[in-house]
Design a binder for this molecule. Structure first.
Ligand code: ZN
Ligand code: FE
Length: 255
């Protein structure tokens, strides 16, 4: 039986996600940014929180961790590398580790770049990826701690997953990412189409997430840094992909 996924807004642009395993009744929250919206979502669905999966240490992802853990007696899974700055982790995980949410197996990918300890969670059987602030729809996280090379290699690892993999991420930044992407990849017909779709979705207040790995490979400029068109748009024709990636991230920082 497949996991049931419930996505909801937290604050202005964070995305909350609950995963419910009907076979066992277990329910996981991806990150724990704010107690009230997560508790309200659990109540609305009639689910009891049993796991919290933590992607990284930023406060918009862990501010309610201790409160939710205590309130529901949930088990916290989080990155070993961030043990010193994420409180209350019960199951410390690193690259290649597996853990279960009820009857469903998840694998851990270390994805340094946005932060050095960042991890993503992947279920092959459910074709689901929870990428936190590493990969966004048509975007990627800011490099607060890692190098462009680290982030490029983290994104490349996630991009190697099957095309049908559903991508969930930490923020609804898709519309502004789309407008950035089209500046550097203007002649990409799939991107042109997606920009209109995303504008229509946001105009009616709908989420643009989940995306898929296949769609990101076709439209996310940060995954397309190896494409000649992207390199040329940045004045870096013939340069290696990680260098093009670094220039693209720099351009995004400038807005
Ligand atoms: Zn973050
Ligand atoms: Fe965040």
């Amino acid at each position: 039986m497949a996991l049931i996924i419930h996505q909801f807004a937290i604050g202005s642009d964070n995305l909350g996600v609950l995963l419910h395993d009907p076979a066992t009744g277990r329910t996981a929250s991806i990150d724990a940014g704010e107690e009230a919206p997560i508790a309200a979502a659990l109540q609305e669905k009639g689910w009891k929180l049993t796991e919290i999966l933590v992607t990284h240490h930023h406060s918009d992802h862990i501010a309610a961790l201790t409160a939710l853990k205590q309130r529901f007696g949930a088990r916290v899974v989080g990155p070993l590398a961030d043990k010193h700055r994420i409180p209350d982790i019960d199951v410390l995980v690193r690259e290649g580790d597996h853990f279960m949410v009820g009857s469903v197996d998840f694998e851990v990918f270390e994805t340094p770049g946005h932060t050095v300890g960042h991890v993503a969670f992947y279920s092959a059987s459910e074709a689901l990826l929870f990428a936190g602030d590493t990969m966004f729809a048509m975007g990627c996280g800011r490099l607060f701690e890692g190098t462009p090379q680290q982030m490029w290699s983290s994104l490349s690892k996630l991009a190697a997953l099957p095309d049908a993999t559903k991508l969930y991420c930490g923020h609804e930044y898709t519309l502004s990412n789309a407008h950035f992407a089209i500046r550097f990849d203007a002649n990409n017909p799939e991107l042109q189409k997606r920009v209109s779709e995303v504008e229509a979705l946001r105009a009616k207040g709908a989420f643009t997430i989940p995306s898929t790995i296949g769609l990101e490979k076709a439209t996310n400029p940060f995954l397309r840094a190896g494409e000649p068109a992207l390199a040329a748009a940045l004045g870096l024709a013939g340069h290696p992909a990680d260098e093009v990636f670094a220039a693209l991230r720099e351009a995004k920082n400038k807005g």
